[in-house]
Design a protein around this ligand. Structure first.
Ligand code: LLP
Length: 420
């Protein structure tokens, strides 16, 4: 459910015509709906709050725009961060530091120290050595680091290989069979308060069964750790709930997810932590673009739009599908390929797809671009960095500027010895 709908024949974001945004800000541009963000944040929260002691740490990587973070902080969300940069954003947006989780398989010593200084609520340890280093840094500062151990349950999440994280050959977490001994060793270290375990098996999960299987393994681990004398007060169940990208896609609802969690965690008696990203942000954003040309093709015409793989990388990276819709649909359709201006064959959003009929100069959107969209943008082909707009009712604001190619050029220089 989102708020990008037709009003009097023109696509709007809430009450703002998308054409007005294109006129004032230009294209391509990401457009977010505050009402959609709030709705998703509340639906997810309402599905999980009945479980009792629940912490919601929005996975910032999905959409780290500081205005989005501010809005989610107001909805009671903390943050899951994976770098010093993300931590700085969460703090800048006013997210409570005790509700920030520091994840990531390659946190540097400097990042660990900065996290400690900031008072981060939970470090998710990815390997034993990281735990030792964190304990050492904390002890040297006379501090205690609160942490959980991320385990790899060796479960296939059944999602795209590039976003699957819970199989034993993936780089994430420690093997579940080695976790008890590791937990024993780490729990003894001064400076470290190891209070539980974490898990995250992948993203865009369309089936709850692999999650439930993974959680069952975590339940057994929690029981084994307790039997060994450890106090386990927290379990972080990660993120990963999928969203519909294609009309007609059916995904598990937050309510179904909540019911499964209730079943799977029955009797655990811990605080549960969640790290939702896509399910909060995905359908809260679109990428607004203008058709540059409709170029005749051998089989189908190419609709060449002014957005490209540097603005929305998901189709090129994961063969991802994003619905395409005209901002002023005529009711007619056409079969076309949709591509951007970048000089790569992979800069293609769709092949042979039936879409709203468009002509040169028309505006259109790629839907479900609120998660892993702008944040994965680059300036490849010396294109500008794509801007972001937040709509809230009948208001809108540019919440990230377009960074011009000239500004990026200005940060480069030719060394003096090449100018002679
Ligand atoms: N927690 C951890 C430890 C994660 O690695 C991730 C995502 C999340 C939470 C949030 O997962 P979500 O709820 O959003 O599924 N760029 C890819 C997705 C990468 C996901 C990385 N990790 C894409 O565009 O599909």
């Amino acid at each position: 459910m989102d708020h990008f709908t037709l009003i009097d024949g023109a696509l709007h974001a809430e009450q703002v015509p998308l054409a007005r945004i294109a006129d004032e800000v230009g294209s391509p541009v990401y457009v977010y709906s505050a009402a959609t963000f709030r709705r998703h944040a509340r639906v997810f929260r309402d599905a999980l709050l009945p479980l009792g002691r629940v912490h919601l740490a929005y996975a910032i990587k999905a959409n780290p725009n500081v205005a989005v973070l501010r809005l989610l902080a107001d909805e009671g969300y903390g943050a899951d961060v994976v770098s010093g940069g993300e931590m700085a954003r969460a703090l800048a947006a006013g997210m409570p530091v005790s509700e920030i989780v520091f994840s990531g398989v390659g946190k540097t010593r400097d990042e660990l120290a900065r996290g400690l200084d900031a008072g981060i609520g939970q470090f998710n340890l990815e390997l034993e050595e990281e735990g030792r280093v964190l304990a050492e840094i904390a002890a040297a500062k006379g501090m205690t680091a609160h942490a959980v151990l991320r385990v790899n349950p060796d479960v296939d999440a059944g999602t795209h290989a590039k976003i699957s994280t819970g199989r034993k050959e993936n780089k994430f977490g420690v093997p579940i069979d080695r976790a008890p001994a590791m937990f024993d060793r780490l729990a003894r270290l001064p400076g470290l308060d190891l209070r539980g375990v974490a898990i995250h098996i992948g993203s865009q999960l369309g089936d709850l069964a692999p999650l439930e299987a993974a959680y069952a393994r975590i339940g057994e681990l929690v029981a084994a750790l307790r039997a060994a004398g450890h106090t386990i007060s927290r379990v972080d169940l990660g993120g990963g709930l999928g969203v519909p990208y294609k009309q007609g896609d059916v995904m598990p609802s937050p309510a179904e997810y909540g019911a499964m969690i209730a079943r799977a965690t029955k009797g655990w008696d811990v605080e549960l932590m969640f790290e939702p990203g896509r399910v909060i942000a995905g359908n809260a954003g679109v990428l607004l673009t203008r058709v540059i040309w409709v170029k005749p093709g051998v089989t189908h015409p190419y609709v060449i739009v002014d957005a490209a793989m540097n603005d929305l990388a998901r189709p090129a990276l994961y063969d991802a599908w994003h619905d395409f819709a005209a901002v002023h649909p005529t009711g007619e359709t056409m079969v076309a390929n949709i591509a951007g201006p970048v000089c790569e064959t992979g800069d293609t959003f769709a092949m042979g797809r039936t879409i709203d009929k468009v002509a040169s100069g028309d505006l259109a959107i790629f839907r479900t671009a609120g998660a892993y969209g702008a944040t994965m943008a680059s300036t490849y082909n010396s294109r500008a960095l794509v801007p972001e707009v937040l709509v809230d009712g009948d208001r809108f604001a540019v919440v990230a500027d377009r960074i011009a190619a000239e500004t990026i050029l200005a940060a480069e220089r030719v060394p003096e010895w090449l100018t002679r």
